[in-house]
Design a protein around this ligand. Structure first.
Ligand code: NOJ
Ligand code: MG
Length: 575
C-alpha cells in the first residue's frame, strides 16, 4: 500500500508541476540591488558581492523573492558598469567568479533568486569585440555600427544628426578604423550591431552562460535603443526631426527619436531572448526563468513586449507609468488613471508589475515627499501582480544632494554646473543605510564612493526594526499581507474618491476583501467606500495603518464613513 501511494506521488510529481514551477514570479517581490552601494565587505568604500552575500538575510527578512543586481561585469566603470568590457567575467571591484558562486549558493539556501542585468545595446569600448572591430578583423568588423561620414564643403561630418542620451553626437570618429562608430549613450559605450546575426548569437550565448551558472533571468537594459532604422541601399540613414520646444542642440530631447528607438525589430529580439530562456528551462528544468525589460516606451509598445498568440515575450515589461508620471502635485484622479492605464491595456493572460524606483530616478521621499513613502509602498505591495522595489525605498531613503565638484555620474558630468542637478543620478545611488554606525554601517573603510546621507542616524535598518510604524515595519506588514490568497490572486477595482483619496479593492470569491485607501493630501477626509465599491461588509477592520493614522490595527470603522487624517494610508479588510 505504502509503495503504491509512493509510486503515485512520484508519478504525480513528474506530471504535475509544483506551484513554484508554474510561475513563482507571478506574485513575486523583486528587489533591485545597486551593488556599488549596497554593502562593502573589503573596506574600499565600494559595495561588492561578498557584501551582498553577507546581507542576503536582510532580503529574506523583508520577504524578497528575487533580486536583480545592476551590472557586476568587468568594466572600466565609465557608466558604473553599464559599459561592459567582458560579458563573461566579474569586475575585480565587486569580487571574482568564486564570490559570485558563493552568492548564488547562499541565495539558494535562502530561497532567493538571483537575476542579472543584461546590457545588450552596447559594450565598453574596452571590450575585446570592439578593439577587434576597430582593427577591422574580419570576424568582428561588423559587430558595431560604423560609417565613414559625410563630407560637406570639404569638411568631414557624422553620418546623421542623431544625438546621444548623454548629450552630443551619437557618432565618434575612430582614428584607427578611419570611420565613425555609433553610440546611443557615452562614446565609451559603442552600440552593438543587431543587424549582424553573429552579434545576436554572441549575446544569446551570454544569456546561456549565466543561466547555466544558476541565475533565474535578466533585467534587460535600454531595450528601445537596441535597433536603429535599417540603412538605405547606399548604407545611409535619415536625420531625425526636431522637437521645436527644445532649443539646446546638444540635448537628447532636441530630436524626436523615430529612427533610433522603438524599431519593430526590437520586439522580435525580445521574443528571441525569451526563446533562449525557455530553451534553458527545458535543458535545466526547475523553476521558470524570467525576463524583466527596461523600456521607457509608449504603452502599446510595452504591451507587445509581453508577447502575442504565437510568441512569448518578457514576463515583466517594467511598468513605469507611476514612476514616470506621478509628481508632487498629482491628484487621486491622476493616480487612478495611471493604474488603469496598465491594468486595462494588459493582455488578458498576463501579469501586472509595479515599479516605483530605480537607480536612475529620484527617490519617492524626494519626488513625492517623505510623508508619502508608506502610501507609495502600500500601492506597490497591495496592487495585483509583481512588485519591484529599489534598495532603500523600504526604509524611506531620500536623495542626497551632491555638489558639482563631487558629482561622478556621466549623465551629469557631460553637462555643466547649471544643469547637472536636473540630470545627475548620484543622489539616488548613495550608500545603503544599515545602522547608526559610521558610514551608516555600509563600510569599515575610511571613505565611500558617494557620500552617505546625513539623515542616516534616523533612517537606517537597525533603528527602523525597533519602531512599530517605521517605513520598514510597515513595508514588512504589507509584504506579509501579500501571502493572503486575495492579494495573490484577487481582482482589483481602482477608484478616485474626489481629488484627494485613492482607493482600490482586492477581492476573491470565498475570501476577505482588502481595501487600500490613501489620502494623498493634507485635508482631513471622510469617505464613503460603499459609494464606489460593491459587496463590502458594513464594518471594516484596519489591517495596516501608517504613522498618520489615529486608528490602530484591528480597530473597526463603518464602510460608509471612513475618516482619514492628512496623508494617512491604510489597508482595511471586510469582516
Ligand atoms: C539604463 C540604465 O538603467 C542606466 O543606468 C544606464 O546609464 C543606461 N541604461 C545605459 O546603459
Ligand atoms: Mg568593496
Amino acid at each position: 500500500m505504502l509503495t503504491k501511494s509512493l509510486t503515485l506521488c512520484c508519478l504525480l510529481a513528474l506530471v504535475l508541476p509544483t506551484l513554484a514551477e508554474v510561475g513563482w514570479w507571478r506574485t513575486a517581490q523583486f528587489y533591485q540591488i545597486y551593488p556599488r552601494s549596497f554593502k562593502d565587505s573589503d573596506g574600499d568604500g565600494v559595495g561588492d558581492l561578498n557584501g551582498i552575500t553577507q546581507q542576503l538575510a536582510y532580503l529574506k527578512e523583508i520577504g524578497t523573492t528575487a533580486t536583480w543586481l545592476s551590472p557586476i561585469f568587468t568594466s572600466p566603470m565609465a557608466d558604473f558598469g553599464y559599459d561592459v568590457a567582458d560579458f563573461y567575467d566579474i569586475d575585480p571591484l565587486f569580487g571574482n567568479m568564486e564570490d559570485f558562486e558563493k552568492l548564488l549558493e547562499r541565495a539558494k539556501q535562502l530561497d532567493i533568486k538571483i537575476i542579472l542585468d543584461f546590457v545588450p545595446n552596447h559594450s565598453s569600448d574596452e571590450c575585446d569585440w570592439f578593439i577587434r572591430s576597430a582593427a577591422g578583423e574580419e570576424e568582428y568588423k561588423d559587430f558595431y555600427v560604423w560609417h565613414t561620414g559625410k563630407v560637406v564643403n570639404g569638411i568631414r561630418q557624422p553620418p546623421t544628426n542623431w544625438i546621444s542620451v548623454f548629450r552630443g553626437s551619437q557618432w565618434t570618429w575612430h582614428e584607427g578604423r578611419q570611420a565613425y562608430y555609433l553610440h546611443q549613450f557615452l562614446a565609451k559605450q559603442p552600440d552593438l550591431n543587431y543587424r549582424n546575426p553573429k552579434v545576436v548569437e554572441a549575446m544569446k550565448d551570454v544569456l546561456r552562460f549565466w543561466l547555466r551558472k544558476g541565475v533565474y533571468g535578466f533585467r534587460i537594459d535600454a531595450v528601445p535603443h537596441v535597433f536603429e532604422v535599417a540603412p538605405d541601399s547606399n548604407g545611409d540613414w535619415p536625420d531625425e526631426p526636431r522637437n521645436e520646444y527644445v532649443s539646446d542642440p546638444e540635448d537628447y530631447s532636441y530630436l524626436d527619436h523615430i529612427y533610433t528607438t522603438n524599431q519593430p525589430e526590437t520586439i522580435d529580439l525580445v521574443y528571441q531572448f525569451r526563446q533562449v530562456i525557455e530553451e534553458i528551462d527545458q535543458e535545466l528544468g526547475g523553476d521558470d526563468r524570467v525576463l524583466l525589460t527596461e523600456a521607457y516606451a509608449p504603452l502599446d509598445v510595452l504591451m507587445q513586449y509581453y508577447g502575442n498568440s504565437t510568441h512569448n515575450g518578457s514576463q515583466i515589461p517594467f511598468n513605469f507609468e507611476l514612476l514616470s508620471n506621478i509628481n508632487f502635485n498629482s491628484d487621486a484622479y491622476h493616480y487612478s488613471e495611471l493604474l488603469h492605464n496598465w491594468l486595462d491595456n494588459m493582455p488578458a493572460d498576463k501579469v501586472a508589475n509595479w515599479v516605483l524606483g530605480n537607480h536612475d530616478q529620484s527617490r519617492i521621499g524626494t519626488r513625492l515627499g517623505a510623508d508619502r513613502i508608506d502610501a507609495t509602498n502600500m500601492l506597490l505591495l497591495t496592487l495585483p501582480g509583481i512588485s519591484v522595489n529599489y534598495q532603500g525605498e523600504e526604509i524611506g531613503m531620500e536623495d542626497v544632494w551632491i555638489s558639482w565638484e563631487d558629482t561622478v555620474d556621466p549623465q551629469a558630468c557631460q553637462s555643466n554646473q547649471q544643469e547637472f542637478e536636473r540630470l545627475t543620478r548620484d543622489p539616488v545611488r548613495t550608500p545603503f543605510q544599515w545602522s547608526d554606525e559610521e558610514f551608516a554601517g555600509f563600510t569599515n573603510g575610511s571613505s565611500t564612493w558617494l557620500p552617505v546621507s546625513d539623515k542616516y542616524k534616523l533612517v537606517n535598518v537597525k533603528r527602523e526594526r525597533g519602531i512599530a510604524l517605521s517605513h520598514l515595519n510597515i513595508y514588512k506588514q504589507l509584504r506579509a499581507l501579500r501571502d493572503e490568497p486575495t492579494l495573490k490572486q484577487g481582482d482589483v477595482t481602482v477608484n478616485a474618491i474626489g481629488p484627494n483619496v485613492l482607493a482600490f479593492k482586492r477581492s476573491l470569491a470565498g475570501h476577505k476583501s482588502y481595501i487600500t485607501v490613501i489620502n494623498i493630501n493634507d485635508d482631513v477626509e471622510s469617505v464613503n467606500l460603499d459609494s464606489v465599491f460593491t459587496e463590502l461588509s458594513s464594518q471594516l477592520s484596519y489591517v495596516v495603518v501608517n504613522d498618520k493614522s489615529a486608528r490602530r490595527k484591528n480597530d473597526v470603522t463603518y464602510a460608509n464613513s471612513v475618516l482619514l487624517m492628512p496623508k494617512e494610508a491604510i489597508v482595511l479588510s471586510t469582516i
